[in-house]
Design a protein around this ligand. Structure first.
Ligand SMILES: Cc1cc2nc3c(=O)[nH]c(=O)nc-3n(C[C@H](O)[C@H](O)[C@H](O)COP(=O)(O)O)c2cc1C
Ligand SMILES: [Fe+2]
Ligand SMILES: [Fe+2]
Length: 407
């Protein structure tokens, strides 16, 4: 039998699933593997199992390595059935094995597999376990990608059994990243983006925990075992999960009696609510163009507003608009808005100005193409002072701009 060794006396005992596997509303075009590990120590230990569809064959394979009754510990890093699915079949044979998992993990496993008469060992962050010849240390990694999750570090082997974390969905028989010729980074990053990125603050917490341990091999539960340059893969997670620079919005408006200011303030309130740093500026005739220029440079989204007076703009907003053609705006998004009485030409004139710069203009056409939403009007046109219903609409529009901004 071809034994795949991960470390001394530690073997891969998983399953290569080359079907197009349906998973999390996706189809894994390249299949996947369920990596389970057998640590052949004085207290023989299994780390994670395989998908529920392959539980029985998993147990059969394992018999070629050990008499199942001798197994002392079954470590379950993550309860999802693509890893814990082999547990009922295994636990049934390994009658005395203690199941090692987090508190929530134990609660969920008991309910899922009716494991009421089993001994569980509940671990807390950084707890260790002597398995006779090897020491395991556990780290809780909540929400990566479900709440109960943990990872297991084999101290002497410097091997990190990281379950879903650092995984790749690919059906590979080669298994070790140093044996594969193709570049695996794209698949590795693709997996990260789908499964881990939605939980990125927790990814940062996890990295902080494992930065202090010396890692020679990362043995995850799907796809490649990373024994060539594992740190590179931790760095990829670190880089991709780092909070990106905060986005800023600037709302410039000119008004006669304050209705356009109200519009500006409603937009600002909603953007701030959504954690976008937002500055509102009243642009009067005697505007300090230098100051406005600096504020525009620092901003990612800029709203330009004016009410309409005899079919034209008011205040100093046109001076600002004239300055734009000398500025570099291609990375920024622009939105026109204003309060008006019956025709609202000023809003359209502002929009025309913006269209003639290299700013990314958010108009109705852009919004439909970006979001598929067709019931919001861009530029933002408000008759007189905004009323209740219009305020809601303005807030929704602000949220759309925020979505475009943070992409
Ligand atoms: C002198 C004057 C001229 C106006 N001309 C227009 C106009 O040409 N077209 C229009 O749609 N509204 C016109 N309005 C209506 C204002 O645009 C409307 O009252 C708006 O809500 C004012 O907003 P503000 O308080 O931000 O200036 C005019 C209002 C005034 C007082
Ligand atoms: Fe999972
Ligand atoms: Fe998984």
């Amino acid at each position: 039998m071809d034994r795949k060794m991960v470390a001394d006396n530690s073997y891969w005992i998983g399953y290569v699933d080359d079907r197009k596997v349906p998973f999390h509303r996706l189809i894994l075009e390249k299949g996947t593997t369920y990596n389970s590990y057998f640590l052949d120590t004085e207290k023989p230990t299994i780390i994670d199992t395989v998908d529920i569809s392959f539980g029985r064959s998993f147990v059969e394979t394992l018999k070629e390595y050990i008499e199942l009754e001798r197994i002392q510990y079954i470590v379950i890093n993550h309860v999802e059935p693509d890893h814990s699915g082999g547990l009922p079949a295994l636990a049934n044979k390994a009658k005395d094995a203690v199941i090692v998992t987090t508190e929530l993990g134990a609660k969920e496993l008991k309910e899922m597999y009716k494991l009421y008469n089993r001994e569980f060992l509940i671990i807390k962050d950084e707890d260790t376990l002597d398995i006779g010849g090897k020491t395991l240390q556990f780290f809780e990694t909540p929400y990566l990608h479900t709440e109960e999750t943990m990872i297991t570090y084999a101290v002497e082997d410097r091997a990190l059994y990281s379950c879903d974390i650092f995984s790749t969905h690919i059906a590979t028989e080669k298994l070790f990243n140093d044996l594969v010729k193709e570049d695996i980074i794209e698949d590795f990053k693709g997996y990260y983006s789908l499964i881990m990125h939605p939980h990125r603050p927790y990814v940062q917490d996890m990295i902080e925990k494992i930065r202090n341990i010396d890692i020679k091999t990362i043995a995850p539960s799907h796809g490649y075992i990373l024994r060539d340059n594992p740190v590179k893969y931790i760095d990829i997670y670190d880089e991709m999960s780092k909070p990106k620079e905060d986005k800023k919005a600037l709302i410039l408006y000119s008004t006669m009696t304050g209705s356009t200011r109200k519009v500006a303030n409603h937009i600002s309130e909603e953007l701030k609510e959504k954690n976008i740093e937002t500055i509102v500026m009243n642009i009067k005739e005697d505007v300090d163009l230098g100051e406005v220029r600096e504020k525009i440079k620092e901003s990612d989204a800029i709203f330009f507003g004016s009410s309409t007076r005899y079919a034209d703009m008011v205040g100093g907003i046109e001076k600002v608009l004239k300055m734009l053609k000398y500025m570099k705006l291609e990375e920024k998004i622009g939105v026109a808005f204003g309060s008006y009485g019956w025709s609202g030409e000023a809003i359209e004139i502002i929009n025309d100005y913006l269209r003639n710069t290299d700013i990314k203009l958010v108009d109705s056409s852009y919004v439909i193409k970006f979001t598929g939403i067709d019931n919001l009007q861009f530029p933002l046109r408000v008759k007189f002072a905004p009323k209740k219903e219009k305020i809601e609409e303005l807030k929704e529009s602000a949220r759309i701009v925020k979505d475009i901004l943070v992409g």
